[in-house]
Design a protein around this ligand. Structure first.
Ligand code: MGD
Ligand code: MGD
Ligand code: SF4
Ligand code: MO
Length: 704
């Protein structure tokens, strides 16, 4: 018998809706949900079957028996593992309080049980990966609109012009978004792409700028200057909804188009031509604010300017522009219940200082990397335990060796993961979660112009002795005396409890895999947007009142990025369309498609170093080094070298990924504490490396 099961892809963070065909308990077909994605799925999504079939993942709970990282594990039952963790936690909490426990997880629609668990314990220390991803964009968005980065959706399909600053949208994928770009291009829309190297997105673009690394802020300043001078902005929109335009105009006065072109290493004429096009195409122009902007010291300001460029286009709440994301209330519906709303808010201050020491950051998940300092200094109080759920800090944050030195102050480290992550390998306990095709997840609200309820349904039984997150956190909570915050025993009970106020039942998801909360997109009246922005002034703030109060400039004078010292290059990174960070590198199918990364280096620079395409090179930074094959190309800026992130893995039980390619984060020595003081993001591209032809024996993957 063939069964159709609705689920959500778990191969990367985009979480596309999928349909799974199950024949006699085995998956025979995977595709994008036909109601939303017309069946489309990316290569990683299709490789979900290989993930399921892969034996090189933890198959039962594991407790560390040797030293941390030594790889001596004892396989135990779930009861034994959960008892072990609960007993240790009880001791830690008795000694140092619940506040000494940190929970970090990757975020997304299904984190409710993890968030509820840490809150139920009484710890304020919930965090995630975002300081290495979208924090700058989020904080910049808050400072302009009072709304976060997920409070906007982009109607790319209907845009006349999409502008992407290093947002490699056709490789760093979200299936629905990539399809919208192709539809826009088919309809004659323009795509401008700005990067320090060429990409698939750049190849599809109608205009491509190869930029000097770290100069996006200069480019946006020059563009704002040019747009204002040409009167190519929406004056009515600006007059009606914004504050601070005159300050902005005065501030950009010295940053001419000519100056920007020179600073960025592009042609003035091309930049002028681009500005002309924007004037023709507005208001249906979208400047994508980016996703991952934990890169440079001024990334917050670059991101802020990208938001301001959208505002100058007057593209808010129009077809082909940015649409305010709507939620349950905008559809006059009742919301679902969330577990996290049960426990009282912890009274303690966060150990990362966010909210009291660093008052200008959004409290939300705080800033993970600041916990490392707190672990070492025991200030503001001692930290004793870290849980990472669907999150691998050794891949996510710079310099794993420095991270380990801080983690050694902890008494209990737990990894709840589907794989052996680099962090999991160093932890004390691995609680293996069933992979997404083997598990259910709670119901979640997906905001947007068409808000809807989504869920994930189990397609097949777990192959190994693994469990879903909703079950793991409930079991731990029971053992720690806070089980009453988890009022369910089965997933059906959890779904029913969540949905009860809405009048919707889980059977309503059967038809399409989601439940729409509206028949047609909810759009606000563009003439009446006052009150839609959550800034102190209620306006879109080109100069932020909140930042003013903190004595932080909203418009910061430009400083040119440091040129790499002679013989060195700026190490930049990005993604491949066939891998998701570090956790697909060992996937049997995806490994076959891309087994290792390479180091892109400019042809002229390679010539100077005597490096030919395919040569093995040593990449060296502050005592760390990596071995990788060179890809010699004209399509990268000479100041930069580039690799795909996620490779160079060190878990011996992942035979395909083990030491294949090079890890960029291990070369980011010193960058763990390099924080954008305003945006909170890490400055991951502020490091330099030396590149030399290697004399190492490349057949020997580990140096003896
Ligand atoms: N040097 C450098 N650093 C970076 C980046 C970079 O490009 N270069 N990129 C940054 C960005 S944009 C981000 S978002 C972060 C990503 O940071 P990470 O937190 O490392 O995210 P992932 O690698 O996606 O996944 C983390 C872990 O989740 C596990 N996992 C996957 N699916 C599941 C599941 O269903 N359940 C459970 N329990 N676990 C699961 C994976 O096995 C993996 O170990 O890294 C950031 N850091
Ligand atoms: N296939 C796949 N898709 C993914 C993911 C994945 O792991 N794999 N991860 C998802 C996640 S978590 C995120 S955050 C997004 C990230 O998606 P993107 O925001 O697109 O991020 P990246 O792919 O890291 O980087 C994009 C480009 O930034 C360029 N860049 C580096 N320095 C500069 C600079 O100074 N200026 C400009 N203009 N460009 C620069 C790099 O060369 C790179 O090509 O992708 C998501 N989608
Ligand atoms: S982009 Fe691909 S891997 Fe990521 S969720 Fe969508 S289908 Fe899955
Ligand atoms: Mo990310």
């Amino acid at each position: 018998m063939i069964n159709s099961v609705w689920s959500i892809c778990g191969m990367c963070t985009a979480r596309c809706p999928i349909r799974v065909e199950v024949e006699n308990g085995t998956i025979s077909w995977l595709e994008g949900n036909p109601h939303l994605l017309d069946g489309a799925l990316c290569a990683k999504g299709s490789a979900g079957l290989a993930l399921l079939a892969d034996d090189e993942r933890p198959q039962q709970p594991l407790i560390r028996r040797g030293g941390r990282g030594a790889g001596r594990w004892e396989g135990v039952s779930w009861d034994a593992a959960l008892d072990f963790v609960a007993e240790k936690l009880k001791k830690i909490i008795a000694q140092d309080g619940a506040r000494s426990v940190i929970m970090s997880c990757r975020g997304g629609p299904f984190v409710d049980p993890a968030k509820a668990f840490i809150k139920a314990l009484g710890s304020p220390n919930f965090t995630n990966h975002d300081s290495a991803c979208g924090r700058n964009v989020h904080h910049a968005s808050l400072s302009v609109y009072g709304l976060g980065r997920s409070d906007f959706a982009y109607d790319i399909k209907n845009a006349r012009h999409l502008v992407l600053f290093g947002r490699n949208l056709l490789e760093s994928l979200k299936v629905g978004e990539a399809n919208q770009v192709l539809d826009m291009l088919d309809a004659g829309g323009r795509l401008t792409y700005v990067d320090v190297r060429q990409t698939v997105t750049g190849l599809k673009a109608t205009r491509f700028f190869l930029l000097r690394p770290g100069t996006d802020y200069a480019l946006t300043l020059g563009m704002i200057h040019g747009i204002i001078k040409a009167g190519a902005y929406d004056k009515d929109f600006v007059d009606c909804y914004t504050a601070g335009f005159d300050e902005l105009a005065a501030f950009v006065e010295p940053y001419t188009v000519d100056w920007a072109a020179q600073e960025c290493g592009i042609k003035t004429k091309a930049l002028m031509g681009f500005i002309d096009e924007l004037g023709q195409d507005r208001p249906r122009v979208i400047f994508h604010p980016g996703w991952m902007l934990a890169r440079y010291r001024d990334s917050f300001y670059a991101s802020r300017n990208i938001h301001l460029l959208n505002v100058l286009m007057g593209n808010v709440e129009i077809k082909g522009g940015q649409i305010l994301a709507k939620g349950v209330k905008d559809c006059a519906r009742k919301g679902i219940r969330n577990l996290v709303d049960g426990p009282p808010a912890p009274e303690e201050r966060r150990a990362d200082g966010v909210g009291w020491k660093h008052t200008h950051f959004d409290k939300g998940p705080g800033l993970f990397q600041l916990y490392y300092e707190a672990m070492q200094t025991a200030e503001p109080y001692p930290l004793k335990s870290l849980f990472c759920y669907r999150h691998d800090p050794f891949t996510c944050f710079p310099d794993p060796a420095a991270q380990k030195r801080a983690l050694d102050h902890l008494e209990l480290i737990v990894s709840i993961d589907t794989h052996y992550s680099e962090f999991g390998w160093y932890s004390d306990v691995i609680l293996p979660e069933s992979v997404y095709l083997e598990r259910d997840c709670g119901v979640s609200v997906q905001k947007g112009p068409n808000p809807r309820l989504i869920y994930r349904k189990q397609a097949v039984s777990p192959r190994f002795d693994t469990k879903p997150g909703w079950w793991i956190f409930k079991q731990l909570a029971e053992r720690l005396g806070v089980g009453h915050y988890f009022p369910y025993n089965t997933i059906d009970e959890l779904w029913a409890w969540q949905l009860e106020p809405t009048g919707i039942t889980i059977a309503d998801f059967d038809q399409k895999g989601f439940v729409d909360l509206t028949d047609k997109p909810v759009l606000f009246d563009r003439e009446k947007l006052s009150g839609s922005f959550a800034t102190p002034s209620g306006k879109i703030e080109m100069v932020s009142e909140k930042l003013n109060k903190e004595a932080i400039p909203s418009l910061k004078p430009y400083a040119s990025p440091i040129k790499p010292p002679v013989g060195m290059y700026r190490l930049v990174f990005g993604r491949s369309a066939v891998h998701a960070h570090g956790h697909t590198i060992n996937n049997p199918l995806l490994h076959e498609l891309l087994p290792a990364n390479t180091l892109w280096i400019n042809k002229r620079e390679a010539g100077k170093l005597g490096i030919a395409d395919g040569d093995w090179v040593d990449v060296i930074a502050n005592g760390a080094s990596g071995l990788i094959q060179a890809k010699v190309t004209e399509f990268i800026h000479p100041e930069a070298v580039y690799c795909i992130h996620g490779f160079g893995r060190q878990v011996p039980l992942q035979s395909r990924a083990y030491h294949a390619g090079m890890s960029d984060q291990k070369l980011q020595v010193g960058l763990l504490t390099d924080l954008d003081p305003v945006g909170g993001g890490l400055c991951l591209c502020e490091g330099f490396v030396e590149v030399r032809r290697s004399s190492k024996n490349v057949k020997r993957s580990v140096e003896l």
